[in-house]
Design a protein around this ligand. Sequence first.
Ligand SMILES: CC(C)(COP(=O)(O)OP(=O)(O)OC[C@H]1O[C@@H](n2cnc3c(N)ncnc32)[C@H](O)[C@@H]1OP(=O)(O)O)[C@@H](O)C(=O)NCCC(=O)NCCS
Length: 182
Amino acid sequence: MAICTPQFLDSNEGRGIEFRSAVPEDADAFLIFQQQIAHETKFTLQVPGRAPSKEEVMRGFSKALEDRIEIRVAAFHEGKMVGLMGIHQRSGAHPWTDHVVQFGMMILKDYWGEGIGRKLLNILEEHAKNKGIHRIEATVRSGNKHGIRLYTKAGFKIEGTREHAALIDGLFYDELYIAKML
Ligand SMILES: CC(C)(COP(=O)(O)OP(=O)(O)OC[C@H]1O[C@@H](n2cnc3c(N)ncnc32)[C@H](O)[C@@H]1OP(=O)(O)O)[C@@H](O)C(=O)NCCC(=O)NCCS
């Protein structure tokens, strides 16, 4: 079971943020959060008007709660979902790659720069260490200066570039491969 027990942070702006595993009952909150993210930034794969069904979200959160490695940690402010971090194993279980996980995170724009990303990374690393994970990796858009700063300050190294990894409104964007060995 991959569960994050509740943790709290007084953000840089003095807001009380709760972090815990997302549960199926959070599906409605997630769908509102996901569409707000889609409208606020193009640095994730969330697209305005494109959303999973409530059932898919509930199934995804349930599956993560039962999985040994996968985890979905949500950040809440006064009951509103303001951030989410997820870990998964790209190719499923395999004895040669079980030590590797991918992660992604997204936070509402009004909450950027308050330390929520750093806290989610701490939770991620703690969880990964407990599960015997050795390598954590992700991709980040090359123009995402806040993301790159957060990850490199936390010890992630940039390993390479995925040229033209995204095509948005007729323009190509590169992504960086980032990784950290624990
Ligand atoms: C990238 C992202 C996850 C960072 O999370 P965050 O909670 O804003 O990050 P933190 O507050 O923990 O801080 C990270 C660093 O960026 C800086 N920063 C973050 N947002 C900032 C802003 N709006 N203005 C100035 N600096 C900012 C912080 O000051 C901090 O630097 P420091 O350690 O030198 O003080 C968040 O901005 C986000 O969700 N962006 C949109 C989606 C996205 O890019 N996801 C990542 C895809 S890989």
